[in-house]
Design a protein around this ligand. Structure first.
Ligand code: OAD
Length: 235
């Protein structure tokens, strides 16, 4: 039995991390093109860094919730398991998930704009804004900005997992950003079962096998407990 999970900002909502769309969403308060593009960074690296430094501070003050913990338990319990996330917050890792395919990068890795090398950095607050590499060049957040390509290896691994999955759980995403949004369709095309967890219906709800409405920190642990005691979960 191959199990995959795709998460979006909604899985971290109950931890206190703002989502992107909807009421209180980041893209309601800020213009993405001012903050999450390579052009914006070239124009004003400090402004872009202030925004990411603020997001790092918000996340550092948050704790993983029961949905993150349940997903970490799934990894332990299912021999063939893949977690794919669009989130950059690192809460899956803090909840105990070991292997995470991070489609959109991480707030906790910085990348040298000259040499491309990556450095892990958990400093909150950051000592210098904008931070610089030992080589003197600017460091940028190691996240995927609008107009940029995703890491090919990561996308390939995510697509492979979606194709293989007998069961894909889609948790807390509006499924509006590709290629993440395509993963559930890939699973369905290959006759896998897709279960969506969200506080509201999305466009995907019309296509998936089941949509479970409610906060993921409640619905996912409950679903997992029931699944484990079902013949399918035991088998
Ligand atoms: P969105 O903000 O687009 O969607 C969050 C989804 O979570 C919505 O469908 C909400 O209804 C749902 N939601 C909110 N609270 C929830 C809860 N407690 N339990 C379950 N679901 C809940 O976030 P993403 O789908 O992750 O990309 O957005 C995808 C990408 O768009 C992000 O990774 C980011 C953004 O632009 C980049 O920065 C590259």
């Amino acid at each position: 039995m191959s199990v995959a999970v795709l998460t979006g900002a909604g899985v971290s909502a109950e931890s206190g991390v703002p989502t992107f769309r909807g009421a209180g969403g980041l893209w309601r308060q800020f213009r993405a093109e001012d903050l999450a593009t390579a052009d914006a960074f070239r124009r004003d690296p400090r402004l872009v860094w202030e925004w990411y430094a603020w997001r790092r501070e918000v996340v550092a003050a948050c704790q993983p919730n029961a949905a993150h913990r349940t997903i970490a338990q799934m990894e332990q319990a299912a021999p063939d398991f893949t977690l794919v996330t669009q989130n950059v917050d690192g809460l899956h890792e803090r909840a105990g998930s070991r292997h995470v395919l991070r489609l959109h990068g991480s707030l906790w890795t910085l990348r040298c704009t000259r040499e491309g090398i990556r450095v892990e950095n958990h400093e909150v607050p950051l000592a210098a804004l904008p931070p610089r590499c030992a080589c003197g060049a600017l460091l940028r957040p190691d996240v995927v900005w609008f107009g940029e390509s995703l890491e090919l290896d990561t996308v390939t691994a995510a697509l492979t997992a979606a194709r293989r999955a007998d069961l894909l759980l889609v948790v807390g995403t509006s499924a509006l950003v590709t290629p993440a949004a395509n993963l559930p369709l890939v699973t369905l095309e290959h006759r896998g079962r897709v279960v969506e967890f969200n506080v509201e219906r999305t466009w995907l709800s019309d296509y998936v096998d089941e949509t479970i409405l409610g906060p993921a920190a409640e619905t996912l642990p409950q679903w997992w407990a029931e699944y484990q005691s079902s013949p399918q979960g035991r088998g």
